[in-house]
Write a protein that binds this ligand. Structure first.
Ligand code: SAM
Length: 247
């Protein structure tokens, strides 16, 4: 299934699936990192913005935020959540902006939706082109060599008389530049259960490969994947926040 078809299917369930995510903490943390490492501008763009929860928090933090995504149903929901923001239907590997921005974000590992290493590199070039001098690019990402293919996250929710179980996890075969995002949704209404399952290929890279791809464009700072406190990456975890300052 393409990423676009996946999120057309998911768009009605997306916010329920992400109900446990602390979007405010994520947005506040990146706001702090922008204050430390960025210029003093407030123009923000969120790549793969989905239904716009981060855009909402950045606007509330004083940014002029906009979002782009490849899926129109997700953008329609984002526009309802953030009527004052501009949203555009674009592929993050080859996007354009009408005005340069000071901060570009890409949350929830969405950078891995670039379709292969070359598209990832095109995305980094597009980000570099879109940023003002001193602007920063922040995203979270996983190192393919640290993926535990047996681990997954699960959460449950109740909505409109239905009980939902959402599961997601990464799978990496141990070689190559593709990893799988495994997703499943179970919906139980009365005593009838529907199961939806998807295995979606995404680009895989090591942090060494990622740093090489970033190096021509950015000064790189890496932090532990903790949105409550800013801690430099101890070079062990395969789950980190990258803060990249345009050079
Ligand atoms: C896991 S969701 C993340 C949404 C949002 N960033 C969040 O944190 O809730 C991934 C999003 O990436 C979008 N997407 C996938 N491939 C994309 C691409 N090549 N360019 C732009 N958006 C893409 C999907 O449509 C979906 O909205």
């Amino acid at each position: 299934m393409s990423a676009n078809a996946l999120y057309t299917d998911l768009s009605d369930y997306y916010d329920l699936m992400c109900a446990d995510i602390d979007y405010q903490a994520q947005s506040n943390s990146i706001h702090r990192l922008h204050q430390i490492f960025g210029n003093s501008g407030n123009i923000h763009l969120d790549l793969a913005c989905g239904t716009g929860p981060h855009v909402r928090h950045f606007i509330d933090n004083g940014y002029q935020s906009s979002g782009l995504d490849i899926n129109q149903p997700m953008l329609d929901k984002a526009k309802i959540r953030c009527p004052e923001a501009q949203f555009s239907l674009q592929n993050m590997s080859e996007f354009k902006v009408t005005k340069h921005v000071d901060l570009i974000t890409c949350f929830l590992y969405s950078i891995h939706y670039c379709d292969g290493i070359n598209k990832l590199k095109e995305c980094l070039a597009s980000v570099h082109n879109a940023l003002n001098v001193g602007g920063i690019f922040c995203f979270n990402t996983v190192d393919k060599n640290k993926i535990d293919s047996d681990s997954f996250v699960e959460h449950t929710a109740t909505s409109e008389n239905s009980f939902f179980t959402f599961r997601s996890g990464w799978h990496y075969s141990g070689s190559g530049s593709k990893q799988l995002l495994k997703l499943s949704i179970e919906k139980t209404t009365a005593d009838k259960t529907l199961v939806w399952h998807d295995e979606h290929p995404m680009v895989a890279f090591s942090y060494t490969e990622l740093k090489e791809a970033l190096k021509p464009y950015f000064e790189i700072q890496i932090f532990e994947h903790d949105y409550d406190k800013i801690t430099l990456w101890a070079e062990r975890s395969g789950n980190a926040i990258f803060v990249c300052v345009k050079i």
